[in-house]
Design a protein around this ligand. Structure first.
Ligand code: GDD
Ligand code: MG
Length: 351
């Protein structure tokens, strides 16, 4: 049995104003009308032998998440929602998913843990990579999906590989090391997707982050379960969950574990880390402009323009990112797309 689990949370500061705390990055809609979360669900549902799809997210996002899935109308696929009272980062999410699957399906059930904040363009190649990963996970390995690095990004994990064996995993290196890794030709970027059996992950967590595993176990044992239209909702116990140490699975497990495997893949992966990356998913017109929503452009070059309810008009500008939403408007220079997150922090500080 394969149990895909989608992790959805986080604020997505670089995609302000569309990404907020109550509307995080997975809910961002692409030009095809589907959200990143919906794409993640469809990819998960299309894997072979899928028993059900798990989603681990904040309880505040439950109704929104269920609506997104319902819109896709994938019939008769059982959904389980593991709902967090607060964010405790991805090690906690991985622990909860693994413990839940272990209890329901046993040690040998294979979990495909997927983030909901990236895009994959080549679904055939993705499926082939997933099939390879499932076989390796079946043999007891913790499996990562490696992407050929393009520039020294410091926001990703790096995987040093010798064939399919991982020599080391380094989460978010500084720029000097990222440059060194890129130049060496021996590293992949970590895509953030993982595949493992329930038994493998709980054993690894027992060894490397027993506090995270134990506290997660308590919050799952004391959880409240109920039926919902699309499946089962499991509300984790808040008191226990609040005491789970906040750490990402990359630092808590991947940097420490041995016997990790990597499946190198060329799947058209994009983390959509900024508006520029999102823009790249839309076709450009003859003037290098990309639009998502209604826009009228005169003498405009090399801009990304996104609107929701209103029409956006632009005249005589170039190299801009313009994103309109119901209650906020972003205007930024394309070269400054990474700095949009500063707006997010500034707004947060000022309440
Ligand atoms: N349920 C839940 N709870 N989900 C969470 C939480 C949480 O507390 N925090 C983050 N997530 C979700 C995010 O929505 C995203 O889909 C996924 O888990 C990964 O978390 P990020 O916070 O986006 O991680 P990252 O982007 O900094 O780093 C990870 O992804 C990179 C590739 O995009 C790492 O795995 C890196 O090594 C990797 O390169
Ligand atoms: Mg991310």
């Amino acid at each position: 049995k394969i149990i895909p689990a989608i992790m959805s949370g986080g604020a997505g500061a670089r995609l302000w104003p569309v990404s907020r705390e109550t509307h995080p990055k997975p809910f961002i809609r692409l030009a095809d009308g589907k959200s990143l979360l919906q794409h993640a669900f469809l990819r998960a549902a299309a894997l072979p032998d899928v028993a059900e799809v798990l989603t681990i997210t904040n309880r505040e996002l439950f109704f929104k998440t269920e609506d997104e899935y319902r819109e896709l109308a994938v019939p008769q696929l059982e959904c389980t929602y593991l709902l967090e009272p607060m964010g405790r980062d991805t090690a906690a999410a991985g622990a909860i998913v693994s413990l839940h699957v272990q209890k329901t399906y046993g040690d040998d059930a294979i979990i495909a843990l997927f983030p909901a904040d990236h895009m994959i363009r080549d679904l055939g190649a993705f499926r082939a990579a997933a099939v390879k990963a499932i076989a390796l996970a079946d043999a007891g390995r913790l499996v990562t999906f490696g992407i050929a690095p393009q520039y020294p990004e410091t926001g990703y994990g790096y995987i040093e590989a010798d064939g399919e064996d991982v020599i080391r995993f380094v989460e978010k290196p500084d720029l000097a090391r990222a440059r060194e890794y890129l130049a060496s030709g021996r590293f992949y970027w970590n895509s953030g997707m993982f595949c493992f059996s329930a038994g493998t992950m709980t054993r690894l967590m027992e060894e490397h982050c027993p506090d995270i595993l134990e506290q997660s176990r308590k919050s799952l044992l004391a959880a409240k379960q109920s039926r919902v239209a699309s499946g089962t909702r499991i509300d984790l116990n808040a008191e226990a969950f609040s005491q789970v140490p906040k750490k990402s699975i990359d630092y808590a497990v991947l940097e420490k574990a041995g016997n990790i495997a990597v499946v190198g893949c060329d799947i058209g992966w994009s983390d959509i880390g900024s508006w520029n990356a999102l823009a790249d998913l839309t076709e450009a017109d003859d003037h290098g402009n990309r639009t998502n929503g209604d826009a009228v452009l005169i003498d405009v070059e090399n801009c990304y323009i996104q609107s929701s309810d209103r029409l956006v008009g632009a005249v005589g500008v170039k190299d801009l990112v313009i994103v309109d939403s119901a209650d906020a408007l972003l205007v930024a220079h394309k070269d400054e797309a990474q700095n949009v997150k500063k707006l997010f922090s500034k707004l947060k500080d000022s309440g």
